[in-house]
Design a protein around this ligand. Structure first.
Ligand code: FES
Ligand code: FES
Length: 171
């Protein structure tokens, strides 16, 4: 009888990578095939970024890269190593919520909590490039972030409230 063939599982290689997340440099040994979403949540323990469809359809995994909303489930983490990444954990300053987060809280726009990080980051990117957006601008900007519960009205109103307050502060 012939000896059984032993099949070794492939070695799991990792690469050392350094990320700039929320203005902080973070190091991790990561599997090169991992997405940015996986590395943020599993290696850097930044679980504010939510895991949805992993197909680029729901928008739940949105983070900002160099200020632009990006679906982190579609980006290889190693492609983001020299970029500035912002997750929802980077919006607040210590215990102080950002003006947009305060507006969401006051108007009850953070409904289920699942899509809220993506809504906040996408809206923040909009306000950064368009400080006085129209309702249409807000609707367009948030159209790729799917809310499955009570709808978008409070979210739109919260973005408008934050923009109005920023406008009054500038005046
Ligand atoms: S998890 Fe759904 S678009 Fe990324
Ligand atoms: S408020 Fe998050 S899915 Fe609707």
């Amino acid at each position: 009888m012939s000896n059984p063939i032993s099949i070794e599982p492939p070695a799991r290689s990792t690469v050392h990578a350094s990320f700039v997340v929320n203005d902080e440099t973070r190091e991790a040994a990561i599997a090169p095939h991992k997405t940015l979403l996986e590395v943020l949540r599993e290696d850097l323990l930044l679980t504010g970024t939510k895991h949805g469809c992993e197909l680029g359809e729901c928008g739940m995994c949105t983070v900002l890269i160099d200020g632009q909303p990006v679906l982190s489930c579609l980006v290889l983490a190693i492609a983001a190593t020299d970029r500035a990444i912002t997750t929802v954990e980077g919006l607040a300053s210590g215990p102080s919520l950002s003006p947009l987060q305060r507006a969401f809280a006051e108007l009850g726009a953070a409904q289920c909590g699942y899509c809220t990080p993506a809504m906040l980051l996408t809206a923040q990117a909009l306000l950064d490039r368009t400080p006085h957006p129209t309702r249409e601008d807000i609707r367009d900007a948030l159209s790729g972030t799917l809310c499955r519960c009570t709808g978008y009205l409070k979210i739109f109103e919260a973005v408008e409230l934050a923009a109005d307050r920023a406008g009054s502060a500038d005046a």
